[in-house]
Design a binder for this molecule. Sequence first.
Ligand code: FAD
Length: 383
Amino acid sequence: MSKRIIVVGAGAWGGWAAYHLQKSGCHVTLIDKNGPGNAWAGSGGKSRIIRLAYGGNNDYTNLTEESLKLWKDYDERWNESLFHQKEALWLFRGIPATYADLSVPLMKAKGYSLNQVPITGLVEKYPEINFSDITSAFIEREAGYLEANRACGVVKGKFEQLGGRYLQANVIALSKAEGRVNGVILDSGEELSADYTVLACGPWLSQLVPAIKAHIHISRQEVYYFEAPSQYAALPIWLEFRGADQMYYGIPDHFQEGFKFAYDERTWALDPTKDDRGITEEILRQMRKILANRFPALAKANVLKHHTCVYENAQDGDFIIDGIPGTKNAMMLAGSSGHGFKMGPAIGRLISDHLLEGKPIPTAFSLQRFADSCPRKSQYEVN
Ligand SMILES: Cc1cc2nc3c(=O)[nH]c(=O)nc-3n(C[C@H](O)[C@H](O)[C@H](O)COP(=O)(O)OP(=O)(O)OC[C@H]3O[C@@H](n4cnc5c(N)ncnc54)[C@H](O)[C@@H]3O)c2cc1C
């Protein structure tokens, strides 16, 4: 069956959903107000980590493994280099390595490894890193990073090559009648009609689906690029757990743009439309403290670049992929919660298989879970 589908949002999720739907024979219109992977969006910026360790979560391990294969496969088919393999060093500081321990069997079952390594060996191998307060460490060899904003542009281009229609426009409302969504209304007043509408609006979703506000909070995620000596480029990706909702990570060789360093806390709120995206001195101070502790020689490193990005967090850190309440023929892809980029290819395929063949969406992503009291946490909290 050939369906007319509108996808709003050309980030990692909407772009891949549009691509797979168009590839499966639908007539898709992909709409974005600021362009694929734009600097204000969750998919903005140059890179995203892909790692298979997922704290024993089957859904995410499956989606990530499928995505890793798809990223590699499309890189080959399209002659792009969106995926860069680089091993990841997982560090645990004074807390049990539960997240890693739970990841090991699921990864092993799929032929991947996450190996605990003795800290004494790491001290010798990586003299740039201070391991004195690290209690356990793991190496994930198959990890890497993806080119984020470039990937969104490439996917949109490939979607157009398949005959998909891309529009740069602002959607201001769903066009609804008696529970049916007939399409969308643009700020120009133009109305576009479709058989099915998919909203992948990232942090702006609540403008079109106000009910989602109760389950989503948007956080400010500042990313810093520090000047570092050239030998730092050889260091692995590192992810460091310091407590329940405290995680820091970095990509040391970041396209010759410096040592990328960011945090995973979700404590600083952000209005994605109105708030200033400049440096927050309090955040920079905190980042410097962590950096000086882990990479002592970088204690006074210059900031070469800064980017304020945005997480669209579900209250429990899990994705929300479900129908739009009160409608029959529209769905939303939401709550990517700071870990959704890597899974774009598999999520896009899932949406296409769901709409065209009825493939079920994992129940963990349904809105129904919020009917019971649902704690606010991050995806890294596995207990
Ligand atoms: C600093 C940072 C680091 C991250 N690190 C990782 C990582 O290492 N690994 C990982 O897997 N994930 C990571 N993530 C998370 C990941 O990037 C996001 O989960 C993912 O990119 C979200 O994609 P999206 O398509 O849902 O949303 P977005 O990329 O935000 O896309 C939504 C799009 O919708 C458009 N839009 C919204 N409303 C409208 C409208 N009304 N009309 C028209 N267009 C509209 C916007 O312009 C935007 O382009 C990170 C995120 C950040 C911010």
